[in-house]
Write a protein that binds this ligand. Structure first.
Ligand SMILES: NC(=O)c1ccc[n+]([C@@H]2O[C@H](COP(=O)([O-])OP(=O)(O)OC[C@H]3O[C@@H](n4cnc5c(N)ncnc54)[C@H](OP(=O)(O)O)[C@@H]3O)[C@@H](O)[C@H]2O)c1
Length: 216
């Protein structure tokens, strides 16, 4: 599979690491082309040629899956530049729309970042929520305490979710279909809880949410 990632920060590195490990390839787009190229060089060390870094512009978006590895408050700005180029594509929202004091979400009640992004893009793009409950460093490792990360996936388009699930599985992680896009509301609250527990429990952003299943 060929995937575009917009952003060159911690999550672009984490998700990018898993995509390369899964044998898939990436076009990495950033407003600063040098940053995109630098991360592309790092990510493709294990598999030369698997990641290309380019400047963020509409004509650079060619892949069916596009991951927005951006802060929530930058998404509207970026979509105002490249939104039309996302028509017909699967757009993966990984954001946690935390407020400035990190004790609440900035999205309207009865909505989620994913649903707000779907509204901005319109029905021509298929938005899928994923990776918002997995910390960047755990994605680089691919596991926590020798257990593969669970990646919760929400979306209204079944085929789009299946493509994202394949990408997750290829990267050695465990995809979980969490239901329709509206379930992003719970996933974003879940991530906020996870973030607020890091300091009091001394978890160092190296923890993960795991759904355990009884073998009995
Ligand atoms: N970090 C985690 O463990 C984690 C876990 C789950 C979900 N998330 C979510 O993942 C998203 C990305 O987090 P992160 O940790 O990767 O953040 P980050 O390290 O700060 O990276 C953010 C990226 O977004 C780019 N960006 C910011 N504003 C932009 C704009 N207006 N136009 C174009 N590019 C812009 C930055 O580019 P510049 O370098 O040019 O500023 C940078 O490449 C956030 O929504 C966060 O809530 C993070």
């Amino acid at each position: 599979m060929k995937v575009t990632i917009i952003g060159s920060g911690n999550m672009a590195n984490g998700i990018g690491t898993r995509i390369v490990a899964g044998g898939n390839s990436i076009t990495l787009l950033a407003r600063d082309e040098a940053e995109a190229r630098k991360l592309a060089d790092d990510l493709s060390k294990s598999k030369p040629g698997s990641v290309h870094g380019k400047k963020l512009e509409p004509t650079a978006i060619r892949d069916e899956i596009v991951i927005l590895a951006l802060p929530y408050n930058a998404v509207a700005d970026v979509l105002s530049q490249v939104g039309p180029a996302l028509a017909g594509r699967v757009v993966v929202d990984i954001t946690n729309p935390m407020n400035a004091t990190y004790d609440g979400l900035v999205t309207p009640q009865n909505s989620s970042a994913a649903e707000e992004i779907q509204k901005l893009l319109g029905s021509k793009s298929r938005v899928v929520k994923a990776f918002n409950t997995t910390f960047a460093s755990t994605l680089v490792a691919g596991e926590v305490d020798d257990q593969p990360l669970d990646v919760f996936i929400a979306g209204d388009d079944q085929a789009a979710k299946q493509q994202v699930a394949k990408l997750v599985r290829d990267g050695g992680l465990n995809p979980i279909d969490a239901g329709p896009l509206q379930r992003a509301r719970q996933l974003e609250q879940m991530a906020m809880l996870g973030i607020t527990l890091q300091q009091p429990l001394g978890l160092g952003f190296k923890s993960g949410w795991k759904l355990v299943k009884s073998k009995k």
